[in-house]
Design a protein around this ligand. Structure first.
Ligand code: DX5
Ligand code: ZN
Length: 218
């Protein structure tokens, strides 16, 4: 895909130094930040919520783009708080809501871009009816909840199908994406690339980010 963007996931960073870790990623050439919100209910893990996002916005300034990956059971509840805290995009899970249309509308009214995510077990046909109303589709390439898991290659047909049906849609992949798996994501048509441990564990995050972007944009 042309013009691929790389969004490091800071989930596996030193969370006690979250602001510094985000800055390190931005200084290393990150195009945006992918911020993983978990509520211990939709997924078996807890991370942080809108108060932390508000602090990050204050520390990092207005420029960095915050893509909020909302792994929560009640995505309706956090739209306004996240908008006020300074989120740019609100990516919710299709599995977590009964009324995606109302949620999409609310996110827009609160001035954010709309991302719609599906778990590995959800078929892409469920996402399709909403594709013309959203900015980005997130195809999860691991079961949400933890960083550092193995990339699920059999999610690539979902990405490919979406790319074929909706040529202009931003398509994000998230989970197990790094130098070893980026080729497959690029081939399938993803153009927004989340990568956590592959970037975080590297001693040279800038070169990993550049590599991911270059391979993806080929
Ligand atoms: C998983 C999160 C991902 C994760 C990615 O539930 O949504 O964003 O942190 O980390 P890696 O790249 O290590 O799989
Ligand atoms: Zn994520």
């Amino acid at each position: 895909a042309s013009g691929c963007k790389i969004g490091p996931s800071i989930l596996n960073s030193d969370l006690a130094s979250l602001g510094a870790e985000c800055l390190r990623m931005l200084d290393s050439g990150a195009d945006y930040l992918h911020l993983d919100v978990m509520d211990g209910h939709f997924v078996p893990n807890i991370t942080f919520g809108h108060p932390v996002v508000e602090s990050l916005r204050k520390q990092l300034g207005q420029d960095p783009f915050f893509d909020m990956h909302m792994m929560v059971s009640r995505p309706e509840q956090w739209v306004k708080p996240m908008a006020v805290a300074g989120a740019n995009q609100y990516t919710f899970h299709l599995e977590a809501t009964e009324n995606p249309g109302a949620l999409i509308k609310d996110i827009r009214e609160n001035g954010m871009k709309v991302g719609l995510a599906i778990k590995p077990g959800t078929t892409v046909e469920y996402l399709a009816p909403w594709a013309n109303q959203i900015d980005m589709a997130l195809v999860m390439t691991v079961e949400p909840g933890f960083g550092g898991q193995k990339f699920l290659e059999d999610m690539m047909p979902k990405v490919h199908w979406l790319r074929t049906q909706f040529p202009a849609l931003d398509i994000e992949v998230d989970g197990g994406v790094g130098p070893d798996t980026i080729h497959k994501c690029a081939e399938a048509g993803a153009n927004m690339i989340v990568s956590g441990s592959a970037i975080m564990r590297s001693e040279d995050p800038r070169s990993v980010i550049n590599l991911l972007r270059n391979v993806c944009s080929e």
